[in-house]
Write a protein that binds this ligand. Structure first.
Ligand SMILES: Cc1cc2nc3c(=O)[nH]c(=O)nc-3n(C[C@H](O)[C@H](O)[C@H](O)COP(=O)(O)OP(=O)(O)OC[C@H]3O[C@@H](n4cnc5c(N)ncnc54)[C@H](O)[C@@H]3O)c2cc1C
Length: 510
């Protein structure tokens, strides 16, 4: 009873002390800047202002498509192609907007469904930033006119934070400079400590960063996506940044040596553990565009080490066999992550749990092929006993790519060293449950899918009571967001940061 009262009173005090929410100026409001004011903005920019549209709009009107609809249909699932379109989100549900009365505004790829093509949550105007000055000018313009500002790099965000209805956009996608330095000294640091680094401007994507690391004979700790399309120095790092190499080298934020940012006042600052260290702390894990627009991140690079892939794939005769094998696999995790192994395992209710197919991919850096085999062979034996035709093998290879997870080095780093959810420092496995709905679904159908996600989250919560959420892959439906996104809430309370946080993008999607 005491506990319940304590929680209730804490909640009341938070609510009472919260500043009153206010709406920013949106497209269509009378406060929206005039064409003359946009013309003045234009005169200070290196590129023409952009008017983002949903890529699917090329297919409308159905009788006489306005653009190359065939191209859009062919590329719609291609992450790199989507990231090149200013008006595109990787998860197309975030291009739509659901009003409180249930009306859905958006533009479906399938024009034959008979719905109109509308702007949805895609900001109607923005700046194609190609210089730091473009970012500064755009931030000041948004502040002067009290606009809701959205920062977009690739549009891959799982919370839809890089889109918001009626907002003004800064598109960082074309800030593509990459600089290698084998003796980097952070600003304000003693000359004695140097790092082998890659400095990536904030539009660089992982495929470009991996190529640059390879050209320099180094490894960089990065994310996994088909084609390496996730941004390497935008949302990924500001949420924490996980990698198959995290158990060996730490998360993305643990490998960031220095960042440069444009603050809410338009100032361009350098931040590291010697100067502006509070911002450096907050941006690494405190997420998205909450504090600033990142303009570059300098990452420590690592020696290329021998790498072995472990692959297990099967179509199991029975769901029970698959469950046994998954159970056996998860039992291995604590030991494997302490030894630096990484893995990527996504359980979706549509594919992995109810279906008898199973594919496990593990990445084993800097451990010999023989030692890898010695560790994994008992598991292979277990799997083959359960299902004799299972494909199970280990493959040594020289390059690198990336997957994920916690444990190992991630858990050795001081939880207070960055604005990351401290749950990461205790976690071994990061689990994602995904779902989706078809274009043209009604609000009730969408609500049913959302409810299913909430139910799935409750299962995860019961498996790991008190677990945390990874900010970049958290759910809009977290059961207890105050806990699962703990660090972000602490930062909001102003405990670590001298700047007033100013939300650049909106979490509110409906
Ligand atoms: C296919 C896929 C694979 C993924 N794989 C991984 C993975 O292996 N590891 C992992 O950790 N995560 C992974 N993620 C999650 C990923 O980290 C998040 O989606 C992340 O938010 C993407 O950042 P972005 O900059 O590419 O995307 P965006 O959607 O452009 O931006 C995401 C957020 O960051 C903000 N932002 C972007 N650029 C800047 C900037 N320069 N300054 C300030 N704020 C900025 C945006 O406003 C938004 O809030 C994956 C996501 C997808 C879709």
């Amino acid at each position: 009873m005491k506990t319940i009262l304590w929680i209730a009173s804490l909640f009341t005090s938070v609510v009472l002390s919260k500043p009153k929410p206010r709406c920013r100026c949106l497209y269509g409001d009378s406060c929206w800047p005039t064409e003359e004011e946009f013309a003045q903005l234009q005169s200070k920019l290196s590129q023409p202002l952009i008017r983002p549209v949903l890529p699917e709009s090329a297919c409308y009107p159905e009788s006489n498509p306005s653009g190359n609809c065939t191209d859009v249909q062919a590329n719609t699932l291609d992450g790199r192609w989507r990231s090149d379109q200013a008006g595109s989100m990787q998860s197309t549900n975030f291009e739509t907007f659901i009003f409180r009365n249930g009306t859905i505004e958006g533009c479906y790829l399938n024009a034959t469904l008979g719905f109109p093509c509308q702007q949805g949550s895609v900001p109607p105007v923005g700046v194609d930033a190609r210089r730091v000055e473009d970012v500064q000018v755009a931030v000041k313009f948004a502040a002067d006119h009290d606009l809701l500002l959205v920062v977009r790099s690739t549009g891959h965000d799982y919370l839809g934070r890089s889109a918001a209805i009626g907002a003004f956009m800064i598109w960082t996608h074309h800030l593509k400079n990459i600089t290698a330095n084998s003796a980097f000294v952070p600003d304000g640091a003693p000359e004695s400590g140097t790092y082998n680094t890659l400095t990536l401007q904030s539009g660089v994507q992982w495929f470009e960063a991996y190529d640059a690391a390879q050209e320099n004979g180094r490894t960089i700790i990065g994310g996994l996506s088909a084609g390496g399309s996730v941004g390497a120095a935008g949302g990924w790092i500001s949420g924490g940044g996980h990698s198959a190499f995290a158990p060996q080298h730490g998360l993305g934020i643990d490998n960031a040596i220095q960042i440069t940012i444009v603050t809410t006042s338009g100032e361009h600052l350098t931040a590291n553990s010697h100067i502006n260290s509070d911002l450096f702390w907050a941006v690494r894990g405190g997420g998205g565009g909450t504090y600033s627009v990142l303009t570059s991140v300098t990452y420590r690079t690592h020696e290329i080490t021998p790498l072995t892939a472990v692959i297990v794939a099967s179509n199991f005769s029975l769901l029970a066999v698959k469950k046994d094998i998954l159970t056996e696999h998860l039992k291995l995790w604590p030991g494997l992550s302490d030894a630096g192994w990484g893995s990527f395992l996504v359980l979706s209710n549509a594919v992995a749990i109810s279906n008898t197919n199973l594919t496990l991919v593990l990445v084993v850096p800097n451990i010999s092929w023989a030692d890898t085999n010695a560790t994994i062979n008992p598991f292979f034996d277990f799997v083959r006993d359960a299902q004799p035709d299972t494909f199970a093998t280990t493959i040594p290879f020289g390059g690198f790519y990336s997957c994920h997870v916690g444990g190992g080095k991630v858990s050795e780093i001081d939880p207070d060293s960055a604005g990351l959810n401290p749950a990461w420092r205790k976690a071994i496995v990061h689990m994602v449950v995904g779902s989706g709905w078809l274009s043209g679904s009604t609000v009730d159908q969408i609500r049913a899918v959302q409810q299913q996600l909430k139910d799935d989250l409750a299962i995860l919560e019961s498996l790991a009571p008190g677990g945390g959420a990874y900010f970049n892959e958290a759910s809009l439906y977290e059961i207890n967001p105050l806990h699962s996104l703990e660090t972000i809430m602490n930062v909001w309370k102003g405990s670590r940061i001298r700047m007033t946080p100013w939300v650049f993008s909106s979490l509110q999607k409906e």
